[in-house]
Design a protein around this ligand. Structure first.
Ligand SMILES: Nc1ncnc2c1ncn2[C@@H]1O[C@H](COP(=O)(O)OP(=O)(O)OP(=O)(O)O)[C@@H](O)[C@H]1O
Ligand SMILES: [Mg+2]
Length: 323
């Protein structure tokens, strides 16, 4: 499956912030990122989705010049991630998956340290105060980072990553420890940054976050398996989706999972959600017949694909795990 977001709702053609060609990273015999091509326009929020170990962090680390590609190449603002890593670094903010600020320093001390690293001049204290305000760190200004909660650390890390007003932000699961309200606030800030022209590349495991991205890349085992806007991906999903009601407590999930053309079965409260291979055709009738033959009288209705359905089909995960 490959749908593309051509950005047609934008009047001016967007500049490309990131382009990658056959970008690959191996660790010994393991290929963590496997020949991926990317074209990410500037001023957009672009998401990376993928199961654990699919290569999201490794790709982000190559794009910010922290890790060398084994093959292929990537450019950020037309600069090579290998030859111009230093010049790129000044223009980007990177928030690693694991907290990487100084645990023994307070909020203010960390931010001052980062300001020094980037050689920020002018009203540095004013800029830090602004960041404290934006990222809700006022109460934490004198607290050591090592004593903060997970979500507080993530707010501080985002304040640090955006301190020098970078044109590009690479955020690796920035909200994994953040509560729902803070997550919404966090995304409001991302949209504000994008409106001011920043390009944001963000990895996430949350479908609601992925759905808010302008464009998405889905990775599986290091390969780019689907790409496009969330809407295009949902429209183009290579599966028919059915919801089954009235089969709870029965052996329906097991029976349906055994069908070779079923990508996945999910229990949603009293309903079952079934993803059937589109090539099967007439899957609804086949499901009805299967359940009837086991004495299970259930209602089966076709429905629209969600982003999670896209994810399941693209990554082929449920089948591989034999769940
Ligand atoms: N430094 C390393 N040495 C050896 N293997 C590595 C290294 N870094 C990553 N890998 C392997 O590369 C693969 C991709 O890892 P990566 O961290 O990019 O995945 P991810 O998509 O970010 O996963 P997660 O959702 O768990 O963060 C994994 O199999 C991982 O074990
Ligand atoms: Mg990761």
């Amino acid at each position: 499956m490959k749908a593309r977001d051509d950005g047609s709702e934008v009047n001016a053609p967007a500049r490309t912030a990131i382009s990658a060609r056959q970008l690959t990273r191996k660790f010994g015999a393991k290929t963590a990122v496997d020949h991926i091509d990317l074209d990410i326009p500037s001023g957009r929020i672009y998401g990376f989705l993928g199961p654990n170990g699919s290569g999201k962090s490794t790709t982000l680390r190559m794009l910010c010049g922290m890790l060398l590609p084994s093959e292929g190449h990537a450019e950020v603002f037309g600069l090579s991630v290998v030859d111009d890593a230093e010049a790129i670094r000044r223009r980007l903010g990177y928030m690693p998956q694991k907290f990487s600020l100084w645990e023994d320093l307070t909020t203010d001390e960390n931010l001052r340290f980062i300001a020094d690293l980037y050689g920020l001049d002018g009203d540095v204290a004013g800029r830090i105060a602004q960041q404290r305000q934006t990222y809700d760190l006022e109460q934490l200004r004198n607290q050591r980072a090592g004593t903060m909660s997970g979500g507080q650390k993530q707010r501080l890390a985002l304040a640090a990553a955006t301190l020098h007003s970078p044109e590009l932000l690479l955020l690796d699961e920035p909200t994994s420890a953040v509560d729902p309200q803070s997550r919404r606030d966090f995304w409001e800030r991302l949209f504000q940054l994008a409106e001011r022209g920043a390009t944001i590349l963000v990895s996430t495991h949350y479908m609601d976050e992925a759905e808010r991205c302008h464009g998405l890349a889905i990775l599986a085992e290091g390969r780019l398996v689907a790409e496009g806007s969330p809407r295009d991906l949902m429209n183009a999903v290579d599966a028919d989706v059915y919801e089954i009601e009235g089969a709870d407590g029965s052996e329906a999930p097991r029976l349906i999972r055994e069908l070779p053309w079923v990508h996945g079965v999910t229990q949603l409260g009293i309903r079952l959600r079934v993803l059937a291979d589109r090539r099967q055709g007439g899957a609804g009738d086949a499901l009805r017949a299967l359940l009837a033959s086991h004495g299970i009288g259930a209602r089966i209705e076709p429905t629209h694909a969600s982003l999670e359905d896209v994810f399941v089909v693209a990554t082929g995960r449920e089948k591989r795990n034999g769940r």
